[in-house]
Design a protein around this ligand. Sequence first.
Ligand SMILES: Cc1cc2nc3c(=O)[nH]c(=O)nc-3n(C[C@H](O)[C@H](O)[C@H](O)COP(=O)(O)OP(=O)(O)OC[C@H]3O[C@@H](n4cnc5c(N)ncnc54)[C@H](O)[C@@H]3O)c2cc1C
Ligand code: SF4
Ligand code: SF4
Length: 395
Amino acid sequence: MTTTETAAPKAERWTAQWKELYAEVITTGLCTGCAGCVVTCPHDVIGYEHEEGKYIPFHLEEELGFDNCIHGEKGCTTCTRACPRFRAWEPAADMHLYGRLREPDEMAGIWRQLLLTKAADDSVNEVGQDGGFVSAMLLWLMKNDYIDGALVSGVEADDAWKAKPVLARTPEDVMATAGSRYTYCANPLALREAKEAGLNRLALVGMGCQTSSPPTMWDRKAGKVSKPFHFTIGLLCSKTFDDAIFPELFEAKYGLKKQDMVKMNIKGAFQIWMKDGSFHEIDLKECHKWTREGCKSCPDFAAEHSDIATGGIGKDNNWTLTIVRTELGEEVINRMIADGVIIAKPAQEDEVAMKLLRTLSIVSRRRWPEWADKAPSVGVPPPKKKADGTAPAAH
Ligand SMILES: Cc1cc2nc3c(=O)[nH]c(=O)nc-3n(C[C@H](O)[C@H](O)[C@H](O)COP(=O)(O)OP(=O)(O)OC[C@H]3O[C@@H](n4cnc5c(N)ncnc54)[C@H](O)[C@@H]3O)c2cc1C
Ligand code: SF4
Ligand code: SF4
């Protein structure tokens, strides 16, 4: 045999830098605002504004204009290696986590077990958005020395609904940051605080747009910045809203003041519970105007690249739909069940939730643009035609 016949094909050298990220992701509407590129940049030249109408990275240095980077020109490629929307990100993350691509029919991604879970401790179950599983898991991971901190979402001291990325280091921090806020919170940004505190075994809690970042970085060899992510816990998600929805819709139209809200949820409608005991449901179609731009092309409902993904689509309110995806996720969940910190049952017995998981995953995948990398669209069935033969309106 000749040498040419035996040689393995050479992997193409990765040369893409900020210039390509800007042109292919940031200006095309694919950018989710996950902040993966921001926290990995070794030169600290990518800024981010965690504010209404923003949630998009921008370049801080102006030598080559805002669409190019002097470090990129010299060979730095870290930002594109970290971006879970750049080119073939879905196959990269699939291959790294699961060693294979998803089958065309695996609309909600690859998984090992589908469970409904709830925290056995009532105080954790109560503070949780659904079954309190995520908080129970963070508490267990800390107690059992898997992690020394978690990147989660807290709130501003003067505004209980203004989400901000927070580092949770203690059980008290975990309990204080439980529950869901439906505005965007780029939890990876809390990595800076973790680094300053010298913590390097972390869990990342976040929507799929955020939890796909570590496996993309690992696959594309982004370097030591990707090492502290030891565990990813995904949150199922169809969209997040701009903060302006509070004054412009909830207060202006319905008289619901942010400071009087005690809980919110999205179950078919935007549900809001108030301090005075009243409960309100607002049609999601009405809320659509405040959907963040970055969510409108997002194909990932089921947080398909996380160790464990979680959601609230079960028929019972205080259980968490729990999608165990990786070997590590399975090891932890089995140990949590054995330790009695969570109660678990097969999710397949909730047929409505199973159907919804598939339907909502398909609806999200249909948003992925045709001109972008094909992988997220593989196997996605076309929308059914209406009785009059026309296609339904895009979501
Ligand atoms: C914006 C958003 C949209 C969602 N959409 C859906 C949906 O359409 N369908 C569905 O089934 N489930 C959805 N979920 C997931 C669901 O609301 C619960 O988070 C999940 O079921 C876990 O519940 P739990 O009781 O186990 O979690 P908990 O124990 O309450 O822990 C929740 C964790 O989420 C973190 N968190 C809260 N808000 C945010 C935020 N804005 N950004 C990042 N992290 C946050 C908290 O810090 C905490 O660590 C969504 C969650 C969020 C945050
Ligand atoms: S999707 Fe995330 S990593 Fe990619 S450009 Fe946007 S903020 Fe950066
Ligand atoms: S829909 Fe959810 S997962 Fe997708 S970009 Fe928006 S916040 Fe992220």
